[in-house]
Unconditional design. Structure first.
Length: 317
C-alpha cells in the first residue's frame, strides 16, 4: 500500500492535492492513500485557520476493489460537531459549473473530509460522484450557492454497494443530498439540510436509509422512494420514509442549529431513537455510538462515571 501525507506545515510528501493527483499512476497496482493533516503552521495554499483552498478531482485511473484510491483526514483532523473543526477543503474557483470534489473514477474512498463552497452564484453541486465502488464516510459537505441545482452532494448514475455513513450535507438553494439513477447503496447515520429546497432526494427503490435525519426550512424534508429496509429516519415534516419514523423535528432538537452544530439535544426528538448498525461504532467525530444511538451523523457523548466523593477532612485510612 502506498500512503502519502498532505501536511499543512510542509513536512509531508505533499502540500498540494493537485500535485498528489498528478503523481497517481494511471493503473493502480496497489492501494493509493493520501492522509491529510492540518496544524498551526501553514504553507502554500493553506490558510491560517487551516483551510486548504483547493479542489479534489479524481478521474482517469484504472482501479479495482482492492487497489483503490483513498483520501482521508488524519484521526485528529476529522470533522467535529462545529463547522471548520477538522481538515477543510474550500473550492477555490468562481466558475459556475465547478465542483469542489469530483470523482469520475471507480473505487474511491473519501473519509473525514469537510468540503465547503462559499461562492453563492455557483450552479453546480459541491460534491459530485459518478461510477462504481466509491465510499463516503465521516464527511461534512456544505455549499452557500443559492441556485436550486447547487446540491451539497450529487450522486449520479452510480451502481454501488458501498455504504455512505456518518455524513452531514448542508445546502442553501439546492438539496442537501441528491441522488440520480442507479444508486444501489446503503446510507446510515447521516444528516441532510437545506434552507430552500428538499433536504434529501432519491428515487431508487433499492436504496436503504437508516438513522437519517432530513431538515428543510421551507421545502420537503424527504423526496424519496426508498428500499424496504429503510428505518429509524426523522424529518422536519411527515415525509420520513420506512418504519419507526420520527416526524416534525424542530431546529431546537439540535444543540445550535443556527451555528451548524447538529448534535441532538439530550431531551430532543432524535436522542436514543436510532437503531444499532453492525460495524459502525463511532460518529462523524469519532465519538462512540450509544445503545440505542441517536439519529443522524452526530452522537451525544456519553456521560463519564460519577467521581467518588472525597472526605476533605483527611486521608483515607
Amino acid at each position: 500500500m502506498a500512503i502519502n501525507r498532505l501536511k499543512s506545515d510542509g513536512t509531508g510528501e505533499y502540500t498540494s492535492i493537485a500535485t498528489w493527483e498528478a503523481n497517481l499512476p494511471e493503473t493502480l497496482t496497489e492501494p493509493e492513500t493520501l492522509d491529510c493533516y492540518v496544524g498551526t503552521t501553514v504553507t502554500g495554499g493553506w490558510q491560517a485557520d487551516g483551510r486548504l483552498i483547493e479542489r479534489l478531482d479524481i478521474t482517469g485511473h484504472t482501479t479495482t476493489a482492492t487497489n483503490r484510491i483513498t483520501v482521508r483526514a488524519a484521526d485528529a483532523n476529522r470533522p467535529t460537531a462545529q463547522p471548520g473543526g477538522g481538515f477543510v477543503l474550500e473550492n477555490p474557483t468562481s466558475g459556475l459549473y465547478s465542483h469542489g470534489i469530483y470523482s469520475h473514477n471507480n473505487h474511491v474512498t473519501i473519509d473525514g473530509i469537510e468540503a465547503v463552497d462559499l461562492y453563492v452564484s455557483r450552479q453546480a453541486a459541491q460534491v459530485r460522484v459518478d461510477n462504481t465502488g466509491w465510499e463516503i464516510k465521516n464527511c461534512r459537505f456544505s455549499t452557500l450557492a443559492t441556485n436550486s441545482i447547487s446540491h451539497a452532494v450529487y450522486i449520479y448514475q452510480s451502481s454501488n454497494t458501498e455504504p455512505i455513513y456518518n455524513c452531514i450535507f448542508e445546502a442553501t438553494g439546492g438539496r442537501g443530498f441528491h441522488a440520480g439513477s442507479f444508486l444501489y447503496a446503503i446510507m446510515d447515520y447521516c444528516s441532510a439540510f437545506s434552507e430552500t429546497n428538499a433536504a434529501f432526494n432519491s428515487n431508487d427503490a433499492n436504496f436503504d436509509i437508516r438513522n437519517v435525519v432530513a431538515y428543510s426550512e421551507s421545502g420537503s424534508a424527504f423526496i424519496t422512494t426508498q428500499g424496504a429496509g429503510s428505518t429509524n429516519c426523522a424529518s422536519s415534516d411527515t415525509t420520513a420514509p420506512g418504519t419507526d419514523t420520527v416526524f416534525n423535528v424542530q431546529s431546537t432538537d439540535f444543540e445550535n442549529y443556527a451555528s451548524g452544530d447538529y448534535t441532538p439535544t439530550a431531551a430532543g426528538a432524535l436522542a436514543d431513537q436510532g437503531i444499532d448498525i453492525a460495524g459502525i461504532t463511532t460518529d462523524i467525530a469519532g465519538t462512540t455510538r450509544n445503545d440505542p444511538p441517536e439519529i443522524g451523523a452526530i452522537e451525544i457523548a456519553a456521560a463519564g462515571p460519577t467521581p467518588p466523593t472525597v472526605d476533605a477532612g483527611g486521608p483515607y485510612s
